[in-house]
Design a protein around this ligand. Structure first.
Ligand SMILES: [Zn+2]
Length: 226
């Protein structure tokens, strides 16, 4: 049964554009393990292809009517596979990893980014009046978290200064939020950095520090449930 189900997935989902590769006899000699492995490989390949195609189609279009969702940012910033994710997973605690993923993907409990229970998109804090609670508001604006934000930004500034030699005060929101969510993304892909183990490790650890600072901010504000 499991073999039949696997074959079904194999045929209908990811390999829809590929003709059946094996003859009946070959199929009978095909082990479960091999099917699973091949499925996983082709599934990953298919997903990656679709994502690349989607990004290519979307880029450059509808610049004016840009969606506020962070998924749009992932497309604009051309965020794809990166070797640093594996390192992050080994260095961050599970709850930290969850927070980072939620903020990156835009699937989180902020009122303007919630995917269900759309009562209101506005910030719950009275001082904020009728301001929308999206990521920008939460990290950059919300008046309820001024103190936590100062601590967060001061620590962030030291790292940014060390890497780029300028203060975060001199960059705009877009750059800052990209730095917070995907710290040093491009720098880590630099050829010289990839060859230099010590330099790469330094950047990777700075990346982890930034992500941990973000998690501290989230924890201090108490806005997300652990
Ligand atoms: Zn607010």
């Amino acid at each position: 049964m499991a073999k039949a189900a696997m074959f079904d997935i194999y045929q209908t989902r990811q390999w829809k554009e590929v003709e059946k590769k094996c003859t009946k006899q070959e199929w009978e000699n095909y082990g479960m393990k091999a099917i699973k492995k091949e499925n996983r490989r082709s599934g990953l390949y298919g997903t990656l292809n679709e994502w690349t195609r989607y990004k290519r189609d979307r880029r450059g279009k509808k610049k004016g009517a840009r969606s506020q969702s962070l998924t749009q940012n992932l497309i604009d910033w051309d965020i794809g596979y990166h070797y640093a994710y594996k390192y992050e997973m080994s260095k961050l605690l599970r709850w930290q990893w969850c927070i980072v993923t939620q903020l990156r993907s835009g699937h989180n409990c902020l009122n303007a980014q919630k995917k269900y229970g759309h009562d209101s998109t506005l910030c719950d804090q009275e001082v904020c009046g009728d301001l929308k609670e999206d990521l920008r508001h939460y990290v950059y604006v919300c008046m309820a978290y001024g103190q936590q934000r100062n601590t967060f930004f001061d620590a962030l500034d030291l790292i940014y200064m060390d890497v780029y030699g300028i203060s975060i005060d001199s960059i705009d929101y877009e750059e800052l939020i990209q730095f917070i969510l995907f710290p040093l993304q491009e720098d880590l892909l630099d050829k010289d950095i990839r060859r230099d183990t010590a330099a790469r490790l330094k950047l990777l650890n700075q990346r982890i520090t930034v992500l941990k600072l973000l998690c501290c901010y989230v924890e201090d504000t108490g806005r997300f449930k652990k």
